[in-house]
Design a protein around this ligand. Structure first.
Ligand code: NDP
Length: 337
């Protein structure tokens, strides 16, 4: 029995291209004691994976050239040699990007989707939503009446972050890359206003939509967008720095240079804090409970953009950098049995 794998063929310089990825055939493994054979149903493509394609020092180990890419996935147990799992169980974990995986039973956890699609374990009840929760609730700490700006506001993290701030009674403005996304965040998610950065003059758009300045800036994108946010921050503003996607595909030697922020941070006594979702592992139960509750009572809406078929993974991944996705970008590899 053979299967398809997605291999890192070579490390990209700048934006990944067709030479970065390669599909290969491989044998499907056999599970030993305490192991499971899993069939991949959904994989998540995430911006941080770009960092793992390079070999510079980072918080996550680089992918190996010639080896499968890895990422969050939802799979179904096909064969179980563990008393903790039965054939048919849905599980999630960080798995190789291939159609089947053999893993030790402690590498995955059961998916409890509460009537939702199993894909929700990768979106509204998965890592991006946890990230939004900790960044907004533990670092941003929005208060009633404050103005919150979220960049990447229609994406996997942004769509949740904006709604969480709204739930706290803040006025929320989202920065997005298209008219369709602007309509999504205002009409579907209920945010107060949208700034479309591709239309230009982001500073003016922000001044218009944030007449009282900005109290929380949830940073997902970095670059020129952030440069125009710094001067608008209010005294004691908070800035959870979650991501800087605009800089992920810099070419070798290219530098991410922008406005120097010190003067703004001092003047406004801003608290700016980098965030890594894994640092909050001790609080995951709190976040899951809050997210599940908000979804079930209709307070938290979310979108998933799902491409079909294992071979669409590279395309789905690259689409993150051109803004193709609304909400969480996923790839459906197979149906559950
Ligand atoms: P998204 O679903 O938001 O997808 C990426 C989006 O970023 C695109 O849809 C696009 O939207 C926007 N984008 C792409 N390129 C640019 C650019 N050059 N300038 C401005 N916007 C751009 O991804 P996620 O929600 O998964 O991730 C959002 C951010 O959060 C990323 O930076 C990611 O690395 C980070 N992250 C950090 C984590 C942590 O623990 N710190 C965990 C998870 C994510 P548009 O059309 O609006 O441009």
């Amino acid at each position: 029995m053979t299967q398809e794998q997605l291999i890192l063929q070579e490390r990209p310089n700048g934006l990944p291209d067709e030479n970065t990825f390669q599909f290969k055939k491989a044998e499907i493994g056999k599970p030993s004691e305490e192991e499971l054979l899993l069939k991949t149903l959904y994989v998540s493509v995430d911006p941080y994976m770009r960092g793992r394609m390079s070999d510079g020092p980072s918080y996550a180990a680089p992918f190996e050239v010639g080896e499968p890419l890895k990422g969050a996935a939802v799979s179904q147990v096909v064969e179980s040699n563990s008393s903790n799992f039965e054939k048919g169980d849905l599980v999630t974990g960080t798995l190789d990007f291939q159609e089947y995986n053999v893993v030790k039973n402690d590498k995955v956890r059961k998916v409890t989707t509460k009537g939702m699609s199993p894909s929700s374990a990768l979106s509204v009840l998965g890592m991006p939503a946890l990230t939004a929760y900790f960044g907004m609730m533990h670092i941003g700490e929005p208060k009633k009446g404050e103005t919150v700006v979220v960049s990447g506001a229609a994406g996997a993290v942004g769509q949740i972050a904006g709604q969480l701030a709204k739930k706290e009674g803040a006025r929320v403005v989202g920065i997005v890359g298209s008219e369709k996304k602007a309509a999504y965040i205002t009409e579907t998610l209920g945010l107060d206003a949208a700034v479309e950065y591709k239309k230009g003059n982001v500073s003016e758009q922000l001044k218009e939509t944030c007449p009282d300045g900005i109290d929380v800036y949830y940073e997902n994108v970095g670059g020129e967008i952030s440069d125009v946010v710094w001067p608008l921050l209010n005294v004691f503003a908070r800035v959870p720095v979650c991501g800087a996607i605009s800089a992920y595909n810099l070419e070798e030697g290219e530098k991410d240079i922008g406005l120097r922020v010190q003067q703004f941070l001092i003047k406004s006594r801003v608290k700016m804090q980098g965030l890594l979702v894994g640092d909050f592992a001790d609080h995951y139960d709190e976040a899951y409970q809050a997210l599940e509750e908000a979804v079930s009572n209709g307070e938290l809406k979310f979108e998933e953009t799902i491409q079909e078929g294992f071979h669409s993974i590279p395309d789905a991944f690259l689409g993150l950098f051109s803004g193709d996705n609304i909400g969480k970008q996923l790839v459906k590899v197979a149906d559950a049995e």
